[in-house]
Ligand binder design. Structure first.
Ligand SMILES: *Cc1c(COP(=O)(O)O)cnc(C)c1O
Length: 659
């Protein structure tokens, strides 16, 4: 990037730089005005909606950043993509069975999401997967289509099993998956009591191992599922009781985000073999459930890198259908109904987190210091090194600077250097490193340590969000999400930065970013302009992020707004969910906000009696405290709103000031 480039920076260059057209999967793009757009449908046409326009509308409605945007329309389209891709594979191969998806509720349990999938998915008989009693209660309420399935996974007690059996009684195709050998007796006992014949599946421990972040779900020693021995014993018990007709399904789950199509194919092959032999043993069968794992291409590289996948949804469906078909044809068996439990693929694209940048920390903003003749030797040496930096001395100057910085720290700790001199020394140290980095630009050979300097010198952009609340997988498992500015994309981003959130935790940072080849440590960003918001979007966050988040530093849920376009192409804001207030999050940790206000009121009253404050001051203090208790947990700016540069009409004469 040449900041001084005379050519105008083209929007296309931003699109390439942030790779939005690869990971965006046709849902996100950049418009001519340099803003990120989401492509929403009204009827059969697609409308480009600028995220800046959406944000301006949200602010006019009185909500502040950060905000989570949900696009139901995208959810509908991923549900359609999955079902239609299976449909095409079935038609193309002449497969005789059908495909039935079930959405695993744990991936995003929000009512809006489950309801949308159940409602829109009905045309495909898309069902739900429950891994707990609570999720099964949700599933039974939302699934009424007799052709959809409800699959019950997870540890089951008698109540869980009874619920599943009552689903069956009501005419919902509820399948109970045995995760543990011990569950069989309980299922048979409850079924007899309730007078229904259960529909049973077995979860297999396959020997196929997969690479990827969540691969522990697979392999012989995975915690879930039955071994081959336990599977055969299940058959024997059922045969003895004359209930082999109840064993109808083979199920497995390799883990989420499987990057490699080879692993997927190996597992389907193995599971199909088990399916065939269970049928030969006399079990009724009829259903093969291949679990989740269909991956999302977070970095757009289309490789078997953990943040990507080396296949697409069509290839996935074709491979599954062909493999099952080949196995069954060879064994002379009818083709089973194929169930898959994709969650990540369905929900990732439909949520975007938007946050504003509050401040930027830069190492190059320190003023130049003059080293006088009477300065300590250490400082004079550093000043000398600074003068000596040139393309031939890079490594040497770098080494000397590192050495002297340590010397300075030691001298300071031992009381031989003043705080003022230490600060001057550190200032010189950073200026040397910046000069080394600058001189190294464009050189053919750059020493490794010097190469890494650029990352160490990067700016820190302080973002108004909590990593722990909104992007827990980024912290917990190092997951990469595409992040980019949602405006100013017609301008060259001439800074390199990393992000820090507003929790005061040093883990609350983002310093790994998607890249087509590897992982980058800094992201190209724009200089923040005074009095103007700089807004970032974190994309593909619809899966797993919303309820894993925690209340670190008591930052609560963000505001959530669902966005769609109406028949006239106008933006329609629905299902606005206000984020947690401070009172809400305090309540989660057992405080009573009313008590807190009363305690502060008492304290202020005492201060009045002691003549420390006036009654009017008491009132102002108590009002401000109460306003804080009822406010948003994130940083709120009450300044006039700068959604500048967008089609908004100035926006935000903001909330009335409390004090
Ligand atoms: C989590 C889970 C899924 C969802 O997997 P994705 O990779 O998100 O599609 C499916 N099945 C089971 C049993 C799960 O535990």
């Amino acid at each position: 990037m040449k900041p001084d480039s005379l050519e105008r920076w083209q929007v296309q260059q931003s699109a390439d730089l942030y790779a939005i057209r690869t990971w965006g999967s046709g849902f996100f793009d950049v418009n001519a005005a340099g803003e990120v757009v989401v492509k929403l449908q009204n009827g059969s046409s697609t409308v480009d909606v600028s995220l800046m326009e959406v944000v301006a509308g949200i602010k006019e409605r009185g909500l502040s950043m950060p905000v989570l945007l949900r696009f139901r329309d995208i959810l509908d389209r991923t549900v359609a993509r999955l079902n239609e891709s299976f449909g095409e594979a079935i038609a193309a191969t002449g497969y005789k069975g059908v495909y039935r998806g079930v959405y695993p509720i744990k991936v995003n349990q929000q009512q809006q999401v489950v309801e949308e999938i159940a409602t829109f998915g009905r045309r495909y008989h898309h069902g739900l997967e429950a891994g707990s009693k609570a999720e099964l209660l949700v599933a039974l309420a939302f699934i009424s289509d007799p052709e959809s399935y409800v699959v019950c996974n997870g540890y089951k007690d008698a109540e869980f099993i009874d619920l599943a059996l009552s689903g069956l009684k009501m005419g919902v195709q509820t399948l109970i998956v045995l995760e543990m050998p011990s569950e069989l007796d309980l299922v048979l006992e409850r079924a007899q009591k309730m007078g229904v014949r259960p529909r049973i599946g077995v979860r297999l421990k396959l020997s196929s191992r997969v690479s990827g972040k969540w691969s522990e779900s697979s392999g012989d020693r995975s915690v879930f599922g039955l071994t081959m021995g336990e599977t055969i014993r299940t058959v024997d018990v059922l045969r003895e009781k004359g209930m082999l007709d109840c064993l109808q399904m083979v199920h497995y789950h390799l883990g989420s985000q499987i990057p490699n199509i080879g692993s997927i194919r190996a597992a389907v092959t193995e599971a199909t073999r088990v399916y065939i032999d269970l049928a030969k043993e006399g079990a009724a069968m009829g259903i093969l459930d291949i679990g989740g794992g269909l991956a999302v291409d977070y970095d757009g590289s289309h490789t078997n890198f953990p943040a990507s996948r080396n296949y697409d949804v069509k290839e996935y469906c074709a491979d599954v259908v062909e493999t099952v078909m080949a196995g069954c044809d060879k064994a002379g068996l009818t083709h089973p109904t194929i169930i898959s439990e994709s969650g990540r693929f369905l929900t990732s694209y439909s949520s975007v987190l938007i946050f504003n940048v509050l401040e930027v920390g830069r190492v190059d903003e320190e003023p130049e210091v003059q080293i006088g003749a009477d300065a300590p030797e250490l400082l004079k040496n550093l000043a000398e090194i600074l003068r000596a930096v040139n393309p031939k001395t890079l490594q040497e100057c770098y080494n000397d600077a590192m050495f002297h910085r340590d010397e300075i720290r030691t001298a300071f700790v031992q009381g031989n250097l003043s705080l003022r001199h230490r600060s001057q020394g550190e200032n010189l140290f950073w200026r040397i490193q910046m000069k080394v980095a600058k001189e190294s630009q464009g050189l053919k050979y750059v020493p490794d340590e010097v190469k890494d300097l650029g990352d160490a010198l990067a700016d820190i952009y302080y973002g108004n969000f909590s990593l722990f609340q909104s992007l827990p997988d980024s912290w917990a498992v190092g997951q990469l999400f595409p992040i980019m500015p949602i405006h100013r994309l017609d301008q060259c981003p001439n800074r390199l930065g990393t992000f820090s959130d507003i929790t005061c935790d040093c883990d609350g940072k983002i310093d790994r970013f998607i890249d087509l080849h590897d992982v980058r440590k800094t992201l190209p960003l724009h200089e923040v302009k005074d009095g103007e918001d700089y807004l970032m979007g974190v994309f593909l966050v619809g899966a797993y992020q919303e309820t894993l988040g925690d209340l670190h530093n008591l930052f609560g849920d963000t505001n959530i707004v669902s966005v769609r376009v109406d028949a006239d192409g106008r933006i329609d804001y629905t299902n606005e969910i206000k984020g947690d207030s401070v009172a809400d999050v305090l309540g989660y940790v057992e405080y009573d906000p009313k008590d807190l206000v009363a305690m502060v009121r008492d304290r202020a009253e005492r201060a009045v009696r002691e003549n420390k404050i006036s009654p009017a001051e008491r009132r102002a203090i108590v009002e401000a405290y109460a306003a804080g208790i009822n406010g948003y947990t994130y940083f709120e700016s009450h300044e006039p709103d700068p959604a500048a540069g967008t089609a908004s009409n100035g926006a935000g004469s903001a909330a009335p000031k409390e004090n």
